[in-house]
Design a protein around this ligand. Structure first.
Ligand code: NI
Length: 396
């Protein structure tokens, strides 16, 4: 049946390319994906797929019931674009000022739409069901949580979930797989040191919060080198440090803001504890006081190894083993797909999008990046066959 699936995909490719260009031309920011959602919902309904909006947000969901009883798996794509000016020069460049699909979510949306058409067409042969999730607000980490709260994993219960993300490091035509840690957790960190301001010529009469902050920032880097095992990964970076107004006055306060990335929830918890106590004790040792905030934005993305095995095997029927690339290391970037994986097992895979041009090899979120559209065919073939394999053949 994989031959029939692949042949059908070839017939819908022109429609998919034109849909992708339409979405690319009309990008919308996080939680404002109103036209994109409407377009997707309308097209699904036209194709006989009963699509509804996701309660409380601008996402769309649909359920395709297979011809035979079985498990339900979910496949999620993200709809939102980024607040930046497009500089690709493409004929279908963004028409919305300072909004651009620079993270390839237009490709992800199109691949999920194409996969939905395929699964719907061949649903009589499907042993189980597919829950489709077109999710809003990925870039600001709100959409996945809202989708879960709306009950997307219930009635019937969803057993596992898949997603793909464009990847300019890999060539179009390939899929990147990795077991275990795939993307990092993300936490925001901030501190406010309160000292005692005064004349810069008489520092002994005050408590200098700038000196205290400098010690704190230097000491925090020792958490990575002295508290985290050498084979584990973590990043602590400060992106903002503010204090004072002029050269000869010691200010009362200093404020630092940073980000922490890890590949495991336990390492993140350990860093949070260490950071809090280190800042508080360092400040105290100088006679200053500290307020510390540590906000967990997103957990890490950890891929289920058994699912990745089934996905690899399924590629024999879609893009061929030779087009699978095994990724050596995780990305220290973050993804709100991680929230789904806190609830059920799943996998995030990479969709190769580069070709011979320099523009296609630029990093994600670059205003000149051009994604190779041939990746759409690869994505739909791979995901359609993967869903059939997971539901019909797998013992997961
Ligand atoms: Ni993205």
């Amino acid at each position: 049946m994989n031959k029939q699936i692949n042949a059908y995909i070839n017939t819908i490719l022109p429609e998919l390319i034109s849909l992708r260009r339409e979405i690319h031309r009309n990008p919308e920011l996080s939680n404002k994906e109103i036209q994109t959602s409407k377009l997707i919902q309308q097209k699904l309904i036209e194709n006989g797929i009963n699509a509804t909006t996701i309660k409380s947000n601008t996402g769309v969901t649909a359920f395709i019931q297979g011809g035979q009883e079985g498990d339900t798996i979910a496949y999620r794509a993200d709809l939102d674009a980024l607040p930046m000016e497009e500089k690709t020069g493409l004929t279908f460049s963004s028409q919305n000022e300072s909004v651009m699909h620079a993270c390839g979510h237009d490709i992800h949306t199109t691949v999920l739409y194409g996969t939905a058409l395929v699964i719907n067409k061949f649903k009589d042969y499907l042993k189980g069901n597919l829950r489709i999730i077109f999710q809003s607000g990925e870039e600001n980490f709100t959409g996945a949580k809202e989708a879960i709260e709306s009950g997307i994993f219930e009635n019937p219960q969803v057993k596992s979930i898949l997603a793909l993300h464009s990847w300019p490091d890999l060539p179009a035509g390939t899929i990147g797989l990795k077991k275990g840690p795939m993307m990092a957790s993300s936490s925001n960190l901030s501190f406010k040191i309160t000292g005692k301001g005064g004349h810069a010529a008489h520092p002994h009469r005050g408590i200098d919060p700038i000196v205290v902050s400098s010690y704190i920032i230097t000491a925090i880097q020792s958490i990575i080198s002295r508290n985290i095992a050498p084979i584990d990964s973590a990043v602590i970076s400060f992106g903002k440090l503010t204090a004072g107004n002029t050269s000869n006055i010691i200010p009362d306060h200093a404020i630092g803001e940073g980000t922490v990335r890890t590949l495991s929830p336990s390492i993140n918890r350990k860093i949070e504890e260490k950071i809090k106590s280190l800042i508080e004790y360092q400040a105290e040792s100088f006679g200053a006081t500290a307020e510390v905030k540590y906000e967990n934005i997103s957990p890490p993305v950890i891929n289920d190894s058994n699912i990745i095995d089934v996905l690899e095997e399924s590629s024999y029927n879609s893009i061929g083993y030779k087009n699978i690339r095994w990724l050596n290391s995780p990305s220290m970037g973050s993804e709100d797909f991680a929230f789904y994986l806190e609830k059920i097992p799943g996998a995030l895979i990479r969709l190769g999008t580069h070709n011979d041009t320099e523009e296609s090899k630029l990093p994600l979120h670059n205003s000149k990046i051009i994604f190779d559209e041939r990746s759409i065919e690869t994505g739909v073939k791979f995901m359609s066959n993967a869903i059939f394999s997971l539901l019909n053949n797998s013992k997961i």
